[in-house]
Design a protein around this ligand. Structure first.
Ligand code: MN
Ligand code: MN
Length: 467
């Protein structure tokens, strides 16, 4: 008798919206599946710290799974799997569906660039007995977070003779690392009185690269020369080669389990490799979709999706046009009938900083994949705002598959804001909503996600591609 629900309890159950906690609702087998899924995600992260590495790693996996490079002159059959490498820094992949293309495709679009410190075009100098690199930060960072931590050098140099050199120094146990110095507290009285924005300025993000002088007293800048001598000996580089390079400093650590229960992953670059990875796995898992699936890893999202590898360029539209031409479909109609999950992270509620969130409309760690109707700033400026109709489609899809999901805004009203690629997708006349993983410490060198949320995001993409 005492276990029977009261009429009020029953009514509340029927009428009230409540998010679920994946940690509570998932059975042990499902939790174990989520944990196992994330083991490979950690491995992917460690091999994909920058966009070029993410593209290479993904293509390696795609080729092994039978994907071939897209040939616009060919016509493809249902089940065929193709990819297009966009300048080595973005990637589009597709699985041809059984339905005609102009009934629309399913798009899942993530980005594979993350905030970091790029070397300037002429970076190397000597001062105070140290060889240093000048940097220009990329994306939205809190500059003080990038001092006094081990950094790894990643990127590409096109040498004078045109040959490319791929660089990754600092990740392996025996590698040297690099760092930005910070003031000792004893002498930081003036610095500590500044705002956090001013405490470390952009031109103070200088990277220590060497300290031992070249053994010839007749030359000046001997420490710089010694570094150049090493770079020449090991890689055949001369200083002018920095001008034709994309070199960047990223945190030197690898992805790690966090917490006694190992329920979370701490790593550099969850934003947005966590959505890229889950989207990649989902694309590969759905082998025979009804609608053609198109999965995109975009570059340059962190600086506004600019440039010819960012989603504000036409590379995706051109891919769809090429695909349509090969299949005898009309690309305008195809895009108009298409739907998209803009796969990006959102901020998770942080109990240490509750004032920036509004508890009823924020995402929480472990409550599953987060559906973000709109992002933007102020009065919803600079954002897509998903339609009621498409929100209905997505919530029906997720509930039907028993996927743990939640809704979230990007913080409380007027607390700041941000954007995703969704607005550029909407620009192509595609129905789109943001879907992704809640993150703590977003854009920090060490970001945090929950393993069950990662797994639920993967499942959401799978269900979408199957629908
Ligand atoms: Mn992002
Ligand atoms: Mn971001």
């Amino acid at each position: 008798m005492c276990n029977e629900k009261t009429p009020g309890e029953l009514l509340a159950e029927k009428l009230t919206y409540r998010t679920r906690d994946a940690g509570e609702v998932l059975d042990p087998a499902c939790l174990a599946e989520a944990d196992a899924f994330c083991e490979d995600y950690k491995a992917f992260l460690d091999h994909a710290k920058i966009e070029r590495e993410a593209v290479r790693t993904a293509i390696g996996r795609l080729k092994a799974a039978g994907y071939t490079e897209f040939d616009p002159g060919r016509s493809y059959r249902p089940g065929d799997r193709i990819y297009r490498n966009v300048r080595g820094k973005a990637l589009v992949l597709a699985t041809i569906g059984t339905e005609a293309l102009d009934r629309g495709v399913h798009l899942v679009i993530s980005h594979i660039d993350s905030p970091r410190l790029d070397l300037k075009p002429n970076p190397l100098y000597e001062d105070g007995g140290l060889a240093l690199f000048k940097t220009h930060y990329y994306g939205g960072i809190k500059k003080y977070q990038w001092t006094a931590i081990p950094l790894a050098l990643h990127g590409t140099v096109i040498r004078k003779d045109g040959t490319a050199l791929e660089v990754a120094i600092g990740d392996e146990a025996g590698d040297p690392v690099f760092c930005v110095t910070d003031l000792l507290p004893h002498l930081a009285r003036d610095q500590m009185g500044k705002t956090m924005k001013e405490g470390i300025r952009g031109e103070q993000l200088n990277i220590v690269a060497g300290s031992r002088p070249y053994p010839d007293e007749k030359v000046k800048d001997r420490v710089k020369l010694a570094v150049l001598a090493l770079l020449h000996e090991k890689y055949g580089l001369v200083e002018a080669d920095f001008l034709s390079a994309e070199l960047t400093m990223v945190p030197a650590w690898k992805a790690r389990d966090v917490g006694f229960d190992r329920s979370m992953i701490g790593a550099y670059g969850h934003d947005d490799k966590v959505c890229a990875y889950t989207a990649l796995r989902a694309a590969m898992a759905v082998e025979h979709p009804a609608k053609t699936s198109v999965t995109v890893f975009a570059d340059k999202e962190e600086i506004g999706s600019e440039g010819n590898t960012g989603l504000n360029s036409d590379f995706l539209k051109i891919f769809v046009e090429d695909l349509c031409a090969a299949q005898g479909a009309e690309s305008r109609r195809t895009l108009t009938n298409s739907t998209c999950m803009s796969a990006d992270v959102n901020a998770a509620f942080d109990p240490t900083f509750p004032e920036v969130a509004e508890r009823g409309n924020t995402a929480y760690l472990n409550r599953g994949v987060v559906i973000t109707k709109y992002t933007g700033a102020g009065g919803k400026s600079g954002t897509n705002d998903a339609s009621a109709e498409f929100m209905h489609t997505v919530r029906t899809l997720l509930d039907r598959a028993d996927i743990v999901w939640q809704t979230g805004e990007l913080g409380a009203v007027d607390q700041g804001g941000g954007g995703t690629v969704a607005q550029f997708v909407a620009h192509m006349n595609v129905e789109v909503v943001d879907v992704g993983v809640p993150v703590l410490s977003m854009h920090a060198p060490f970001e945090l996600v929950s393993k069950t949320d990662v797994f639920m995001t993967y499942r959401a993409f799978v269900e979408f591609l199957r629908s």
